[in-house]
Write a protein that binds this ligand. Structure first.
Ligand code: NG6
Ligand code: CA
Length: 519
């Protein structure tokens, strides 16, 4: 059906000449799109972003052949809201219930709304997701032993191979399309996030059974010697092996790429690395001086390398747009005693930025991002301001799809910037962590948000303050000098813009500043 739709669209495009953006010749084949989405990887965690204690040769090679962005953002400083925004083109902070989800949450993306994969599917792409989901499954009280829906297949993916939530949340099983993989019906899975079930040992009561100990939280169900968040029983034959997860995802990603049809593909490949628990494969254990966190970065680099090599092998590299980025900034201790703090050495996971995951400072959402498409992109480094919520509108242009007014309400078409053809991306962007911040031009305003300056769990500087803060981030990327007192007009201007964005549920249409808004 998709292919037929594509042929129809292609036919009418030839007649009307309307569907393809002028920048693209009508005959050029549309590129495949591979989006490699890392978890918790910081701005300073790759050698191509200045890391000295670690080498990431595959991603460095990708950066050399593509555009490396220095001001690219996830929409939020945690996972679920970033993914929600990326797949819907809507800021997650506009919707209740889009914070970090438990593993038994219902699907938070309404199957009726336009989505990034759905838009590409309608435009004739074959769409797939492999890896971390964390957007909920089912519509409440999900039975993990039956048909799991709604899920990715209901929001525009043709196929799915998932880790349902996070590596540190139950259930610790894979879901393929609508079923748990390898489940024995005689050993059904039960999941509970409120109370222990089945009399099984827990991390709290049975620390002697653990091979990795929690530093905070993570003291419930024990799976593979690691205590997690949430309780589960059953499903023994279906449990994943943490150390094999990266290779499993690579295998499934390659399988998807190899189901080639005549249509281009879109693969959303979301890694578990480098989220906790950090249990990279034996091949990477001890490969860096930084313990499991460093080794997980090495494994992540390998993962990207495997996919890039495969594209090469299949002759697909030239016409595939590969984007590599991360869902939020870095965290060192995220709840397990895994040597990450002790072995950090001089490494700065957020590079020159302040804060990290969960934080209002730039370290929360400014993440590595590399775009490579040999047939189209000229290698370079770009300081354009771009956000992951912009993939939706940008890929719409790329694929020749038309966006309805209500679709992807906060997504701006920054395709020329993504392709390295323009140094201008967005005029402004909202960053979302504990509070909202707004970036425009040289400045950033963090809204007032009283609270402890440093998280006592993660030791991250949160960017809290009882008054708004203003930083000139172009000159002061480390956000050291608060200018709110000396530049009250600038603070007011940004604060008014933030209020306007909050009040305009379709910011692409309603918040036009001097914007290079191509839609
Ligand atoms: C936190 C977890 C953290 C991580 C995070 C979500 C505790 C104490 N901390 O609640 O370990 O799982 O949620 O991370 O449980 S994210 O990258 O998926 O947003
Ligand atoms: Ca994350």
């Amino acid at each position: 059906m998709n292919r037929r739709l594509f042929l129809n669209l292609a036919g009418s495009a030839a007649v009307s000449g309307l569907l393809r953006p002028t920048a693209f010749s009508a005959n050029a084949p549309r590129p495949n799109i591979l989006l490699i989405y890392a978890d918790d990887l910081g701005y300073g965690d790759l050698s191509c972003y200045g890391a000295k204690n670690i080498r990431t040769p595959n991603l460095d090679r990708m950066a050399k052949g593509g555009v490396r962005f220095t001001d690219a953002h996830s929409s939020s400083a945690t996972c679920t809201p970033s993914r929600y925004s990326m797949l819907t083109g809507e800021y997650a902070w506009r919707k209740k219930g889009t914070g970090v989800l438990p593993g038994d949450a219902r699907l938070i993306i309404d199957p009726k709304r336009p989505t990034l994969p759905g838009m590409l599917q309608n435009a004739g792409y074959r769409t797939g997701v492999v890896g971390k989901w964390h957007l909920g499954l089912g519509d409440g009280n999900l039975d993990w032993n039956g048909e799991i829906k709604p899920g990715p297949l209901e929001i525009g993916f043709d196929s799915a191979f998932l880790m349902p939530a996070t590596g540190d949340r139950v259930p610790c099983v894979y879901v393929k399309d609508r079923r748990v993989v390898g489940l024995d019906p005689k050993d059904p899975i039960k999941v509970d996030y409120q109370k222990p079930i089945g009399g099984e040992p827990t991390g709290r009561k049975n620390p002697e059974l653990l091979r990795v100990h929690p530093s905070h939280g993570h003291d419930m169900a024990i799976v593979n010697g690691v205590s997690r968040i949430g309780y589960m029983t059953g499903g023994k034959s279906a449990l994943w092996v943490d150390e094999d997860m990266a290779a499993e995802f690579v295998k499934r990603g390659i399988e998807f790429i190899d189901q080639q049809g005549r249509e281009p593909f879109f693969l959303y490949f979301a890694t578990h690395g480098i989220h906790v628990p950090r249990l990279p494969n034996r091949r990477f254990a001890g490969k860096t001086s930084m313990g499991p966190r460093g080794d997980a970065i090495a494994e992540l680099d390998w993962t990207a390398g495997q996919l890039l090599d495969h594209l090469e092998r299949r002759g697909l590299a030239k016409n595939t747009l590969v984007i590599f980025t991360s869902d939020n900034g870095p965290v060192v201790d995220d709840g397990y005693k895994d040597d990450a703090v002790e072995k950090l050495g001089g490494h700065r996971p957020a590079g020159p930025l302040r804060g990290g995951k969960y934080s209002n400072f730039e370290g929360g959402t400014r993440v590595p991002m590399i775009a490579r498409w040999p047939e189209r992109i000229k290698p370079g480094v770009s300081g354009a301001l771009v956000g992951q919520q912009d993939f939706f509108a940008s890929f719409a242009t790329l694929s020749g799809a038309k966006l309805g007014k209500d679709a992807a309400p906060d997504s701006f078409d920054v395709l020329p910037a993504l392709l390295g053809e323009s140094t201008k991306g967005r005029d402004w962007i909202v960053e979302h962590a504990r509070a909202l911040s707004i970036r425009r031009g040289e400045y950033k305003l963090i809204a007032a948000n009283p609270g402890p300056a440093v998280s006592r769990y993660t030791n991250i500087e949160m960017g809290t303050g009882s008054e708004p803060q203003l930083y000139r981030v172009t000159q002061d990327p480390g956000e050291q000098k608060n200018l709110a007192g000396t530049m009250p007009d600038k603070a007011k201007e940004l604060s008014a813009l933030l209020e306007k964005v909050k009040a305009s549920p379709r910011s692409r249409v309603d918040v036009r500043t001097s914007v290079d808004n191509h839609q």
